[in-house]
Ligand binder design. Structure first.
Ligand SMILES: *Cc1c(COP(=O)(O)O)cnc(C)c1O
Length: 399
């Protein structure tokens, strides 16, 4: 719409993925070209140098969540980590503790696994969030039963960015001997997260959500007496038998570099991105257009904005914006379907409101100029619609 020939749209979809930080890329490079040994080769220098790099990365990833390096298992990403955590923990639950508590705002991969476990005979309770997108620990407490063996709650939601009170929930699970898992793919490196403070036993992480490469993640597995999970992948017994297969050294190194940068720069980056997010909101407010923000604005990731303009269908709005900004209607994981977002329905939106919502995710390389451009493009696009009354049909057409 705006005149920007040969320019790619501004990328504001950092909840779907993030670009690899150039510093991360440089850290990875030698492990493709020179230090290509198998980190599990114990007999020669190529293996040793790869192993040293893997262990250094393991320390950096552990430090991100206050874990010990021996508690980090590398996986292919948060989807695998969630599968390993939930299926692996469920397999070890004793007969009388096969009740699982989770939430109605989980990532589709956690939803799929808990549904699978339900089909296998586990009982599952899904706690609803409050309308602000935050889960009230009192609701979690009310859902707990003597037979509850596992609680799994997303640390920061992938659509509306709301951050959950994990410490208060850990205070409920720990004294009851309940295994506590969180999917921290969106939260890690963005907001404080400490496995001790929150009493977490299992934490899923993904490198490509924090400026590392795609295809690598980790599961934190607490080492404590009487706690173990079953592996999904059997083989050579790598990663303490929890995840067999040769580790992809370059990806592991990239994850480690990304984790170290995220940890060092988290607070300054959060302040900067929160400021840019607020600038975007201020521009939209100044335009006089009617819009609503989904979920609590202050209990969320600073880089997130989930917003709707009346009931203008998000797919129609995105169609007008496609040359200017890359944002998403709902989450990438579900956007192949036109079903309204489960998270948005769970916080009380109706179907039209959910289908009108767009997710905006700022990132490390987002500039003020890009935010101004995005605001102008959004405002111009929305003005092309007849701003509908709350009762009109959701698929308004451009004027
Ligand atoms: C992206 C994401 C995942 C999936 O991570 P992959 O590494 O892409 O498998 C899981 N959970 C949440 C909350 C995510 O944002």
């Amino acid at each position: 719409m705006t005149d920007r020939p040969n320019r790619r749209p501004v990328f504001l979809d950092h909840h779907s993925t993030t670009p690899v930080d150039p510093r991360v890329f440089e850290a990875m490079r030698p492990y493709f070209l020179q230090a290509y040994g198998n980190p599990h080769s114990a007999d020669h220098a190529y293996g040793w140098e790869a192993e040293r790099a893997v262990e250094q990365a393991r320390r950096a990833v552990a430090a991100l969540t206050g874990a010990r390096p021996a508690e980090i298992v590398f996986t292919s990403g948060a989807t695998e980590s969630n599968n390993l955590a939930l299926r692996g923990a469920a397999a070890e639950l004793p007969e009388g503790r096969r009740h699982i508590v989770t939430s109605a705002i989980e990532h589709p991969c956690v939803v799929a696994v808990t549904e699978h476990l339900e089909a296998q005979g586990f009982a599952v309770t899904r706690v609803r969030p409050e309308p602000n997108g935050v889960i009230d620990p009192a609701r979690v407490e009310a859902a707990l039963r003597p037979e509850t063996g596992l609680v799994s709650l997303i640390a920061a939601n992938h659509e509306i960015g709301t951050v959950q009170p994990l410490e208060a929930i850990g205070a409920l699970t720990r004294p009851r001997g309940i295994v506590f898992h969180t999917d921290a793919a969106q939260a890690a490196g963005k907001v404080p997260l400490d496995v001790e403070a929150a009493g977490l036993d299992l934490v899923s992480l993904s490198a490509h959500k924090l400026y590392g490469p795609k295809g690598i993640g980790a599961l934190y597995v607490r080492r404590r007496p009487g706690f173990s999970i079953a592996p999904l992948i059997l083989g050579g017994g790598q990663e303490k038998g929890l995840r067999s297969g040769t580790l992809p050294t370059p990806l592991v190194v990239g994850f480690g570099a990304a984790a170290a940068i995220a940890r060092a720069e988290r607070d300054t980056e959060a302040a900067r991105l929160g400021g840019l997010r607020d600038r975007l909101v201020a521009r939209l407010t100044a335009s006089g257009l009617a819009f609503a923000i989904n979920g609590s604005l202050d209990r969320r990731l600073p880089q997130n904005l989930d917003i709707r303009f009346g009931e203008i269908a998000a797919i129609d709005l995105l169609q007008l914006l496609k040359d200017d900004i890359a944002i998403s209607a709902g989450s990438a994981c579900a956007s192949a379907t036109l079903a309204p977002s489960a998270t948005l329905l769970a916080i009380g939106l109706n179907e039209a409101q959910a289908l009108a919502s767009v997710r905006i995710g700022l990132g490390r390389f987002t500039t003020e100029a890009e935010i101004d451009l995005a605001a102008a493009a959004l405002i111009a696009a929305v003005r092309r619609f007849d701003v509908p009354s709350p009762f009109s049909h959701n698929s308004a057409t451009p004027a």
